[in-house]
Design a protein around this ligand. Structure first.
Ligand code: C2O
Ligand code: CU
Length: 487
């Protein structure tokens, strides 16, 4: 065991240990990929779509003969896929059947801050929380997960995560694969490690990245394959891992079409052979299958942006199998992808009302750790701002803003690559990199209830690399965030 302390700042050290460094490698693809069920819902007379999510503990045999304690929504592990349309009023009855306080955050959703499910909306053990809002954003692949203050990593790692798919009339008119579980597959990727049957959550490899596993679960399945019967298969990739970054590609380096990012569809499909996702990010890709073939989706070493040491000890140079697609001997023909998809609705930055800078450094933002009682930014409803976010400590980070979908204006002064040209709510920021974002804040105004912005490497978030903003009416001032016992 070798322990190296690399840097000390603000009473805080990055600690590297070389214990248990392992790569995830190749698997046999011997289990059928699970597809999360679509959540049941009921429609009320006024058109409100009502879902129920029960958070509970359970157990799952990921491999025969080994029982692992887990947490899940409406089941033992992970949660059903919620699905709603633009314009629909939605209500979710969230019941916390866990032995501790948690919360449920709707990642990527535009909604009032009191419905957001962040650290200011804790749901105590045994309690029920019933957020309600109207879906008011384009078709997209969003997701939901707990966000309790300081405990997000441990709650997500045990299995609390699910997808939330939004539809709209515009995307329905496009010739895209759209049959859920058939030619349109959710692909939630998480790394785990087992120790005596249980999930091991210790930070053994590289303590200050957070948890890194040595096995990959896709929709909760180890070593998965999926039989497909269509020429074009749409994969909704979600990095639901707590810290690991994936550079997705196919084993034969074939090109695929990137059609969507975090907040919805692109202007036009982009042909790529890799797409990198840090925790919380999504990508919708469409891959062409040939009759009878088997092809593996894999994770490749990170494209760039980490020094040798960090790459090695953050798992950034690991290579591993994710999911094998097995094509039928005869495939249903699919129409060509449309040449254009949707007009971009994110702001272009030309009407920016002000610029703010955020330095990510040693589990703090701008030199301060998260404080539930401090508002870091007060923003006028309906304005666009330029947010300049800088990774200032040499570790991998990303940046997520609640409630909004933003546009990446530049990465280190250059135009963003294709994978960052769509609507985004989370963006990777490599060591010593700077991104410029155009963000429009539509509110609604609520001076007393903050939204969060934070690094989505969950251990960093839990340690304090997070801040709070409120949206106010023109001329308004920030109020007082609600107080919660203990914080
Ligand atoms: Cu996906 Cu503030 O989180
Ligand atoms: Cu971070």
């Amino acid at each position: 065991l070798l322990v190296l302390v690399l840097a000390v700042g603000s009473g805080f050290a990055w600690v590297f240990t070389t214990a248990d460094v392992s790569t995830v490698g190749v698997v046999d693809f011997d289990r059928e990929l699970a597809v999360p069920p679509l959540a049941q819902s009921r429609l009320e007379a006024d058109g409100t779509r009502v879902f129920q999510l029960d958070m509970r503990s359970g157990q799952r045999e990921f491999e025969p003969g080994r029982v692992t304690p887990t947490w899940g929504f409406n089941g033992d592990h992970l949660g059903p896929t919620l699905r709603a349309r633009r314009g629909e009023p939605v209500r979710v009855v969230v019941r916390n059947g866990l032995p501790e306080t948690s919360s449920v955050h709707w990642h990527g959703m535009h909604l009032p801050p009191v419905m957001d499910g962040g650290p200011h909306q804790p749901v105590a053990a045994g309690a029920t929380w019933t957020p309600q809002w109207q879906v008011d954003q384009p078709a997209a692949t969003l997701w939901y997960h707990p966000h309790p203050h300081g405990e997000t990593e441990s709650h997500v790692r045990r299995g609390l995560a699910g997808m939330f798919i939004l539809d709209d009339d515009e995307s329905d008119t496009l010739a895209l694969p759209r049959t859920y579980g058939v030619d349109d597959l959710p692909v939630m990727v998480q790394d785990v490690r087992f120790r005596n049957g249980a999930f091991d959550g210790s930070h053994r490899i590289f303590r200050d990245i957070g948890f890194l596993g040595d096995r990959i679960l896709v929709n909760g399945t180890l070593s998965p394959y999926r039989e497909v019967g269509d020429e074009l298969i749409r994969l909704r990739l979600l990095n639901a891992s707590t810290a690991r970054i994936y550079n997705f590609g196919f084993a034969d380096d074939r090109e695929f079409a990137l059609i969507g990012t975090d907040g919805g569809l692109l202007e036009r499909p982009a042909d790529l052979d890799r797409v990198q996702l840090s925790p919380g990010e999504r990508a919708e890709i469409v891959v062409r299958m040939r009759p009878g073939e088997r092809v593996a989706l894999r994770g490749y070493p990170l494209a760039a942006g980490l020094d040798f040491f960090t790459q090695r000890f953050s798992g950034g140079d690991d290579s591993f199998d994710i999911l094998q697609l097995r094509a039928a001997e005869t495939l249903r023909p699919t129409p060509q992808l449309p040449a254009t998809l949707v007009a971009q609705q994110t702001p272009d930055g030309s009407a920016s009302a002000r610029e703010r800078t955020f330095d990510l450094r040693f589990a703090q933002i701008n030199g301060q750790p998260m404080d539930m009682n401090r508002i870091d930014a007060t923003i006028t409803r309906g304005t666009t701002e330029t947010w300049v976010v800088r990774n200032a400590d040499g570790m991998p980070h990303n940046f997520h803003i609640h409630d909004v979908q933003f546009r990446v204006l530049s990465v280190d002064g250059s135009a963003p690559p294709a994978a960052l040209r769509g609507p985004k709510d989370t963006v990777y920021i490599g060591p010593n990199s700077t991104v410029r974002l155009a963000v429009r804040f539509d509110g609604p105004a609520d001076p007393d209830t903050p939204y969060m912005f934070h690094c989505h490497l969950l251990w960093h978030e839990d340690r304090g690399m997070m801040g709070q903003f409120v949206v106010v009416e023109p001329g308004g001032a920030a109020g007082t965030p609600p107080r919660h016992g203990g914080h």
